[in-house]
Design a protein around this ligand. Structure first.
Ligand code: ARG
Length: 470
């Protein structure tokens, strides 16, 4: 062995080498520091593989039993923490580390485990098993958050607040309607995560390095043992496809963007200037210098983490874009993007679910704001339309009414019928009812609108959708 190589064990592939990379370079190439978390999947995959090898007579039953017992023992110790996969041992990745420990413990039988298998099919199998389970956990967490949004909507059926376009007061809406808009976002996140789970749900095991194997393996048996729905039909595709990672990382990125939008709104709404809600103390933080501060730190952090969520998507797509078939070491870069996307979304869903569950609304401030900002202007124009005026003309008349109110520092509701009639003869008593904010909301009963009846129907649809989730 060459000078400068480590005191650590030689790589399992060292046979054809006269020298192997020095420690620093080996560490650069190693993935154990981040793929160690795949040990449960790696062991599960190896148990299935060894069992299949024995069933096909490729290894003896005795060897398979020793391998399975050895792997189970390793799994127990890893779970307890009495065994740790330490990058300092010099193991390149989780696959090498588990195989090394196994072989140290059970001897020659351990050396038979890798028959008819490559790390190329092994590592992507582990990653698929991980992605499938992670997608399911995120689906459950998204369903929980969707459920909280729906519950909060159901208790906010009578609360009116301004709806905004361009962040300018536009038309009043029910708080329930506003919250349900997020419900549907989270519902779509759930559906996307489910699609990503399904994309991961196929077995690459048996593809070996890239071309399949000469051993009479049984790919369907290992797929079934691992709870995967089938086998990937092309061995070259099996070892090089990472679309399932892109799907999951995209689902995570978009879900994170949704959370970020909600958090941005909470941050605005909790400001003194909006004053629409107050974050629970246990979901806020204070300042080290300003005693009066109550900061929506966790909402800000979720918003900030959308940067890494989007970065992870760019990262995985870029890793794949120039890669010829089949495996390239570039693909080792698939895992950190995936793990970070999952961890980031998982933490963010936890934080936002707690925030939304405990948030208190300042209903009086919302109602006050809903009466300012001339948000009944469209309805006043519609009133003129009901009197026979073309909408374009009515728009112009009400525009002049608003301009007058702005100049005089008054609201539309401050105007008398006489003052209105001065501006256009079509205005009469009925115009005052058109300006009533509760009525402005209640009239919008078109399908999917903010009127009470339309929102009741929407709540019914949301209940149905939630029942199909998780
Ligand atoms: N640690 C590697 C990865 O994550 C495992 C596969 C290595 N295969 C190879 N032929 N070097 O991609």
């Amino acid at each position: 062995m060459g000078e400068g190589t480590s005191a650590s064990a030689q790589p399992l592939w060292a046979g054809r080498f006269s020298e192997v990379p020095e420690d620093e370079l080996a560490r650069f190439g190693a993935s154990l520091a981040f793929d160690a978390r795949l040990w449960p999947q790696d062991i599960e995959g190896s148990v299935a593989h060894a069992t299949m090898l024995a069933a096909r007579g490729i290894i003896s039953q005795e060897d398979a039993d020793a391998i399975v017992a050895g792997l189970r023992g390793i799994a127990d110790e890893l779970a307890e923490g009495t065994l740790v996969l330490d990058p300092e041992t010099g193991d390149e990745d989780v696959h090498m580390a588990v195989e090394r420990v196994l072989t140290e413990r059970i001897g020659a039988a351990g050396g038979r485990l890798h028959t008819g298998r490559s790390r190329n099919d092994q590592s992507v199998l582990d990653t698929r098993l991980y992605a499938k389970a992670a997608a399911e956990q995120l689906m459950a967490a998204s369903a929980e958050l969707a459920g909280v949004m729906l519950a909060r909507a159901e208790e906010s059926r009578d609360v009116i607040l301004p709806g905004y376009t361009h962040l300018q007061p536009a038309q009043p809406v029910l708080l329930a309607h506003h919250l349900l808009a997020y419900f549907w976002m989270f519902r779509r996140d759930y559906v996307r995560l489910a699609a990503a789970r399904d994309a991961a749900d196929a077995s690459p095991l048996g593809a070996a390095a890239l071309a399949g194997t000469t051993y009479p393996i049984d790919r369907a048996a290992t797929a079934e043992a691992l709870g995967l729905s089938g086998v990937i039909p092309n061995s070259m595709d099996a070892v090089s496809d990472r679309d399932f990672i892109c799907d999951l990382v995209y689902a995570c990125a978009l879900a994170q963007v949704h959370l970020s939008r909600l958090c941005e709104e909470l941050i605005l709404w909790c400001s003194a200037e909006f004053g629409f809600c107050e974050m629970d103390d246990a979901h806020s933080t204070g300042s080290s210098i300003m005693p009066q501060k109550k900061n929506p730190d966790f909402a800000e952090l979720v918003r900030g983490k959308s940067g890494r969520a989007i970065g992870n998507l760019v990262s995985i797509l870029t890793v794949l874009k120039g890669l010829p078939l089949t495996y390239g070491k570039d693909l080792q870069e698939d895992k950190e993007a995936l793990f970070d996307a999952v961890d980031t979304l998982s933490g963010s869903l936890m934080a936002v679910t707690g925030m939304m569950r405990t948030l208190s609304y300042r209903v009086d401030h919302m109602a006050e704001a809903a009466c300012e900002g001339y948000m009944a202007a469209t309805d006043l124009a519609d009133y003129l339309v009901s009197k026979g005026m073309p909408f374009r003309e009515a728009h112009a008349v009400v525009g002049r009414v608003v301009a007058r109110c702005v100049a005089e520092g008054r609201t539309l509701q401050d105007l008398s019928v006489d003052e209105l009639a001065e501006m256009d003869a079509s205005f009469d008593e009925g115009a005052l009812a058109a300006l009533d904010i509760t009525q402005v909301v209640a009239r919008r009963n078109s399908e999917g609108g903010t009127g009470h009846d339309a929102v009741e129907e929407q709540i019914r649809l949301a209940r149905e959708a939630l029942a199909e989730m998780a």
